[in-house]
Design a protein around this ligand. Structure first.
Ligand code: CTP
Length: 395
């Protein structure tokens, strides 16, 4: 399907293409790249050279959205169901200092806007209206797309913005491209200035990588290129075995990103202090690192002794760290999902079991139930009476 035909089939792009505009409105960035690669367009970034409020009104009317959110940098955001559209005036950028967020200023030519970008493949514009489907490609991005080359627009690109090193790794491995020699050189620049990037920007890059199908290759490259080490020197290991297991075990969800930090460090104090982690995430890692060795040939139900209070993701990440098999962990998670103790806490206490032993007793009881035993309340009760007289069971 060619571009004009694709635009007709995409409700949002088609609607925009129907706006009667006197100046060009463009689709830019990842959307054009994906369109040319015949992938579905997930990101819709729109730019215009002249701000026309009628266009914004048109979008709110047709898509029946309450409002368009305006941000300070000549950009707007509109959400249509799950899809977000970013709208912006064409703009230039300059960096007050390397590693800082760029300052932006309006420009009146799409060419200038395209020239401030990261890679040639992301610097192509597609006119949505009035000449729907025409491509503007001053950096030869389409050539690089066809050849599978990831090329920066200029030397020093990663000096200005070292996060582009993470972006490069993401695109190269997502599309199976190779780096242009100019891009290769940029990694050395990025390393020099990596320490200047804020924790939130690093976090954002790692989150984005953790949902990528090829995240294993991406995290590996970050490790081999020592990018995180150049950001903070306590990221000083690279555990391939751990990476392979985490990749295999964890879902492709954004909130699993921080487990991958264990591939590069075990220094929880430093991790806690570097601003990357939210409190909940730090606690998860602490809990995982505090575990004693768990025997590899263990029965799935027995894992409950260590994991009763762990979330499913924590179980999988801890299991990966311990070298436990994925099938054992999955079996355990499946069984514990269905386990229901028929006595409530009050009833157990009334049997003379002190609150301080409740957690321990419940763990044992749940393990038995996972094994398919103690089906009735009466059987549970008999078992509880036996347990009451015993001492300690947990590791
Ligand atoms: N961009 C840039 N430099 C950056 C970040 C973004 O030049 N450090 C430009 C690129 O032209 C990019 C566009 O802004 O295409 C939008 O950025 P983003 O949404 O982060 O990336 P996408 O290209 O949409 O890629 P992805 O598919 O990974 O979301």
């Amino acid at each position: 399907m060619n571009i004009r035909e694709y635009i007709k089939t995409n409700r949002i792009l088609y609607t925009i293409s129907q706006f009667n505009s006197h100046s060009n409105i463009y689709l830019v960035g990842g959307g054009v790249r994906d369109l040319l690669l015949h992938r579905s367009v997930l990101d819709i970034d729109i730019v215009f050279e002249t701000l026309d409020y009628k266009f914004l009104d048109y979008l709110t009317d047709v898509f029946k959205v309450e409002s368009i959110i305006k941000s300070p940098f000549l950009t707007w955001k509109i959400s249509i169901g799950d899809i977000e559209i970013d709208l912006a005036h064409t703009r230039g950028e300059y960096y007050r200092e390397p590693g800082a967020l760029p300052e932006t200023y309006p420009v009146h030519s799409i060419y200038q806007d395209l020239k401030r970008r990261d890679f040639t493949i992301n610097s192509i514009a597609c006119i949505l209206t009035p000449n729907t489907g025409d491509i503007i490609d001053p950096m030869d991005g389409y050539h690089d797309l066809r050849e599978g080359i990831l090329r920066v627009l200029k030397a020093g690109s990663f000096l200005e913005d070292p996060t582009r090193a993470f972006r490069a790794i993401r695109y190269k491995n997502r599309f199976g491209f190779i780096y242009h020699p100019l891009t290769e050189e940029e990694f050395e620049h990025a390393k020099k200035l990596m320490s200047r990037i804020s924790a939130s920007r690093v976090r954002n890059e790692l989150e984005r990588i953790s949902v990528e199908e090829n995240r294993k290759e991406m995290f590996r490259e970050i490790g081999l290129k020592k990018l995180l080490f150049h950001w903070r020197d306590f990221f000083n290991t690279f555990r391939e075995d751990m990476l392979v297991s985490l990749h295999e075990y964890l879902d492709f969800e954004k909130d699993t990103w921080f487990y991958f930090l264990l591939v590069y460090t075990r220094d929880i104090e430093a991790l806690g202090g570097c601003g990357l982690l939210e409190r909940k995430e730090r606690r998860s890692l602490e809990r995982i690192l505090a575990l004693d060795r768990i025997e590899k040939e263990i029965m799935p139900e027995e894992l409950h002794r260590w994991f009763r209070k762990f979330s499913d993701d924590e179980v999988l990440a801890a299991g990966a760290l311990q070298g436990l098999k994925k099938e054992i962990l999955r079996k355990y998670l499946l069984r514990r999902k269905d386990v229901r103790v028929l006595h409530d806490a009050e009833e157990i206490k009334e049997m003379g079991i002190p609150a301080s032993r409740l957690n321990e007793i419940l763990t044992i009881l749940e393990i038995e139930k996972m094994k398919g035993k103690l089906r009735s309340k009466r059987e549970e009760e008999q078992f509880l009476r036996v347990l009451k007289s015993r001492h300690t069971f947990l590791p």
